[in-house]
Ligand binder design. Structure first.
Ligand code: FMN
Length: 188
């Protein structure tokens, strides 16, 4: 399986970083594109450097390289995840404004009928954000905001992040034990 991960400049860069690691850990060939503001937020918010994050993926492309193989529908990939996804990138993808490699890959995923998952992060959401997200959902895009679940009594931020990353993997069809499955009938 080959998946493209786009990380954009929303808060929550760790979701994208952990997603790349988890995909690789689950045997997925992982292709990565970072926006300039994603790189800034990786440095601001996480304990990882940008070169470290780039080293986690099998292949990395520059965000302005619209001639990269993944920019073409002829490149065989199973799907794409943008995590976290800014409202700017939501707007670009929702309107087919493919002027960087993340937006172009998302555009390609849509035109080729491939799985496209967005992990949009902003609050509060205004009408235009919601209209863009609705437009994407209508086009078949999977919208998975990083809204935490508390039923498993998470003790750390890492546990919350792991859980959401596991949910994204599930949505891609990848079995994993990162998700703490709800089961109020199980043995204590
Ligand atoms: C520290 C920081 C946090 C940000 N958090 C968000 C956010 O949560 N959601 C969002 O839509 N934009 C956020 N932004 C703004 C985006 O980075 C900005 O709109 C940028 O142009 C997005 O470009 P990109 O989608 O190509 O990464 C943040 C910016 C900074 C510097």
């Amino acid at each position: 399986m080959r998946i493209i991960v786009g990380i954009t400049g929303a808060s929550g860069a760790i979701y994208g970083v952990r997603l790349v690691q988890a995909l690789v850990e689950h045997g997925v060939e992982t292709h990565l594109v970072l926006s300039p503001w994603a790189e800034k937020n990786i440095e601001l918010e996480t304990r990882y450097s940008v070169p470290e994050v780039r080293s986690f993926a099998h292949r990395v492309y520059e965000v302005d390289d619209l001639s990269a193989p993944v920019a073409s529908g002829s490149c065989p990939v199973h799907g794409m995840v943008v995590a976290p996804c800014t409202m700017k990138s939501v707007a670009a993808i929702a309107h087919g404004y493919a002027d960087n490699l993340i937006h172009r890959c998302a555009d390609v995923a849509l035109k080729e009928g491939r799985t496209l998952i967005l992990v949009p992060r902003e609050t509060p959401l205004h009408q235009i954000h919601l209209e863009n997200l609705f437009r994407l959902a209508c086009a078949g895009v999977v919208i998975m905001p990083p809204i935490p679940a508390f039923y498993f009594k998470p003790q750390t931020i890492e546990e919350l992040v792991e859980h959401h990353v596991g949910r994204v993997l599930h949505r891609l069809g990848i079995e994993n034990d990162l998700v703490r499955v709800w089961d109020n009938r199980g043995d204590k």
